[in-house]
Design a protein around this ligand. Structure first.
Ligand code: TXA
Ligand code: MG
Length: 353
């Protein structure tokens, strides 16, 4: 008999990531890895997540690179409890009620980001909203405790593959692009969490999951349902006005500087007459560039400049996601409404340094 083909799995000769049992020593090691900016795949009650320090731009960029995501879809930020979640986003009565009823559990809430949140802007893809979840799984909770930071974690699969529900799925899908996989056996629920958007007046179900619409309605009343594909292109990223776009014009793929323009560069170049410059990555490293993108765009977003001129970014790897975001930022419909007020940016920088 012919071997049954398994289209989801990589060939067996591909190098795979390290799978370790979730012993106290390995959890401590995983926590250390996350604090140092590494990536750890871990089980939750829904699916395995690919986790990184949500406050570390570089770690978040590495998550996108490891998943080979063509665009910066916003990630779910995992927290140990409601108190920690309230430090990251604004909770209203509806959010508090749902959190009290369903957390820890398979419910993700999309809420308005707190301006003073230290979560990477790349994790929420430059949006004014952020997706939060408190997982109901011993190992996920132990990891959050060891890491002592919010953990951003999309499903731990290569973009386009199905979500992994065992440690072996993760290893087969991500290969060596994850530092370690904590093994917690198969996930109990096996499909991703319910995603509910509470950032507008009407609660909107963006992704159905184990916490059903009826269960939500039972707690907070009417919940509208997004079209089936909506969670793939979250409402907000689809709407340019809620996305980060600088307040001044953005020019892409420039080869020369116009008078008064600020330059956002990548790698080395020979241009000289810019009014100011920030470099996404002097070494032409796309992971570093992704990590720096939102911060540097904001730094150059000053009304005294005629425009932000941006050097070409290679259309490969994370460059695809960077260019996707830059095209949105430069689109004619893009408005600066999604941008944080300048005071908030300054505050954040002060808090960081
Ligand atoms: O069960 C789960 O939720 C798993 C485990 C690991 O927690 N995680 C997961 O993450 O499925 P991911 O990245 O594969 O899916 C996140 C979903 C996407 O559909 C994304 O578009 C949506 O959440 N999302 C995240 N932030 C959002 C935001 N600010 N607004 C709208 N949708 C958002
Ligand atoms: Mg996913």
């Amino acid at each position: 008999m012919l071997p049954f083909p398994n289209p989801g799995a990589d060939p067996l000769n591909e190098p795979r990531s390290r799978i370790l049992p979730a012993t106290p020593a390995n959890l401590e090691r995983a926590g250390r890895l996350i604090r140092k900016g590494g990536l750890v795949a871990f089980p939750t009650e829904t699916v395995y997540g690919l986790g990184g320090d949500a406050t570390n731009d570089q770690a978040i960029a590495q998550i996108f690179a490891s998943k080979a995501r063509p665009a910066f879809n916003p990630l779910i930020v995992h927290l140990p409890d409601v108190a920690a979640a309230e430090k990251v986003a604004m909770f209203d009565d509806r959010a508090r009620k749902l959190a009290a009823r369903f957390w820890p559990g398979a419910l993700t809430l999309v809420l308005e980001r707190r301006k003073d949140s230290n979560v990477s802007e790349l994790a929420s893809a430059g949006l004014a909203t952020i997706a939060l979840r408190v997982p109901d799984h011993k190992i996920a909770q132990a990891l959050l405790k060891q890491a002592a930071c919010p953990i951003a974690a999309p499903s731990a699969n290569r973009s386009g593959n199905v979500s992994p529900t065992t440690a072996e799925h993760v290893a087969a899908s991500l290969g060596t692009d994850v530092d370690l996989v904590l093994d917690g056996g198969p996930c109990e629920i096996g499909i991703e969490s319910t995603v509910l958007d509470l950032s507008g007046d009407a609660p909107c179900l963006l992704r159905p999951g184990a916490i059903t619409q009826d269960m939500l309605v039972g707690e907070i009343g009417p919940v509208e349902k997004a079209s089936p594909d909506e969670h793939k292109k979250p409402r907000s990223p689809g709407m340019a006005d809620r996305h980060y776009a600088p307040g001044i014009p953005v020019r892409l793929n420039v080869t020369a500087i116009e008078p008064g323009e600020a330059l956002l560069s990548f790698g080395s170049h020979t241009l000289t007459d810019f009014a100011a410059e920030r470099n996404l990555s002097p070494d032409s490293n796309l992971v570093e560039a992704a990590a720096n993108l939102y911060r540097l765009l904001r730094e150059l977003d000053w009304p005294g400049f005629a425009a932000i001129a941006i050097l070409p970014i290679p259309e490969e790897g994370l460059g695809l996601a960077i260019n996707d975001r830059l095209r949105r930022a430069s689109a004619p419909g893009a408005t600066p409404q999604g941008a944080a007020p300048r005071g908030a940016i300054r505050q954040k920088k002060a808090a960081r340094s």
